[in-house]
Design a binder for this molecule. Structure first.
Ligand SMILES: *Cc1c(COP(=O)(O)O)cnc(C)c1O
Length: 372
């Protein structure tokens, strides 16, 4: 059995280091907003290349609070991609605003920057590009559009910590960068957690207040806030792991190139493309393949973990029924939702395992073709 992700292998390597830090937190009695949170906020901002970062409960909260801090809400529109995890769009809904979707570039799975301007209206307030599967969206074009139309940019970096566009890390060019420490992400905690980055001191202070019941001073509340603090145990764990993230991302890249090489003999299997100017960190290794659902089922029967991210695009979700989108609105997205299949990808996967994955994918594809 080769799982799509094996978090235990990482623990076997650095578990001792993590245990030491966690036990120290347990013994300290300081479990919320302690020294690890403070130190991580500095280290994380340094890593991403921003002035500030704030620890939060989740990546979803980071997205939601980013919009709140930018005063985006009722009556406002926010442009994003329909080819992403639901949280990108639910953050818009939670803020009271309306998501407006724009189709993807099928080569990168990211929002097609060339189609954004056609979706801008007088109500548009922001763009949320998602760096899907660990590859940066076209940040130069997106920032240029935002500047010309006076829009804010909130980067969804939940799958892309360490990814770069033109040498600049994701999360450092928009007004905010939103990160998740959900255990399956490239920088995963051992529970839920998230982080937001920014360069503007006012926005930074606003996030500090919003995450802590809407007030900078305890028991004085200026606005409606939430409880969204990164707990001290997660902060301590993430601090240990942050030291390894560049190594792990490099290993993911090497593994991706090995898959590319192994698949190169099979042109009907479309391997992921790394776009110009990007440094992709392969949160997922996602192929496109005919008879995808049948292949997926056969892979599972043959002991290979694989996942479909995401089977239903967001504009066709029941959640967004009242927005009035219909099938055919975003052909590139709809086509790719039928074809994408994410294969086992994590830093510790072995060459032997990758060969088994590739051989099994090819075998399963041939089986489905014969059955058709
Ligand atoms: C994981 C993820 C989120 C949400 O992060 P959580 O920490 O689970 O709330 C948002 N957007 C994308 C693209 C994600 O992959």
């Amino acid at each position: 059995m080769i799982p799509v992700l094996d978090t235990k292998r990482q623990y076997e390597k650095i578990g001792k280091e993590i245990e030491k830090e966690v036990i120290e937190v347990l013994a300290s009695g300081a479990y919320i907003l302690g020294k690890h949170n403070k130190a991580l906020q500095t280290e994380f901002a340094d890593y991403v290349g921003t002035k500030y970062s704030v620890g939060l409960n989740s990546g979803t909260d980071a997205l939601h609070l980013a919009l709140r801090a930018l005063n985006i809400g009722k009556g406002d529109e926010v442009i994003t991609t329909p080819f992403t995890f639901v949280a990108t769009a639910s953050a818009i809904g939670l803020a009271g605003a309306t998501p407006v979707f724009v189709d993807i570039n099928p080569d990168t799975f990211n929002i097609d920057a060339n189609k954004i301007e056609a979706a801008i209206t007088s109500k548009t307030k922001a763009i949320i590009p998602v760096h899907l599967y660990g590859q940066s969206a076209e940040m130069d074009k997106i920032m240029d559009i935002a500047k010309r139309h006076n829009l804010r940019v909130v980067e969804d970096c939940c799958q892309a910590i360490g990814a770069e566009f033109k040498g600049q890390k994701v999360g450092s060019s928009g007004d905010f960068g939103c990160f998740s420490f959900y255990p399956t992400k490239n920088l995963g905690g051992m529970g839920d957690g998230g982080m937001i980055t920014c360069n503007d001191e006012k926005l930074y202070n606003r996030i500090l207040a919003l995450r802590n019941h809407g007030g900078a001073i305890r028991y004085y509340h200026d606005e409606l806030g939430v409880n969204s603090r990164l707990d001290e145990i997660q902060a301590a764990i993430i601090r240990v792991k942050l030291n390894y993230i560049d190594t792990w991302n490099k290993q993911r890249r090497e593994n991706a190139y090995r898959y590319n090489e192994l698949f190169s003999k099979y042109p009907e299997i479309i391997t992921p493309k790394e776009a110009d100017n990007t440094y992709a960190v392969y949160h997922q290794y996602t192929i496109r393949i005919q008879h995808r659902n049948e292949v997926h089922k056969l892979l599972q029967e043959n002991g290979i973990g694989a996942m479909i991210y995401y089977p239903v695009p967001l504009h066709l979700q029941k959640l967004h029924k009242e927005l009035g989108y219909k099938e055919g609105d975003f052909p590139c997205t709809e086509k790719d939702t039928q074809l994408v299949l994410s294969l086992p990808m994590f830093p510790e996967i072995t060459e032997e395992e990758q060969k088994t994955v590739v051989n099994t994918v090819v075998k399963c594809l041939n089986m489905t073709k014969q059955a058709v």
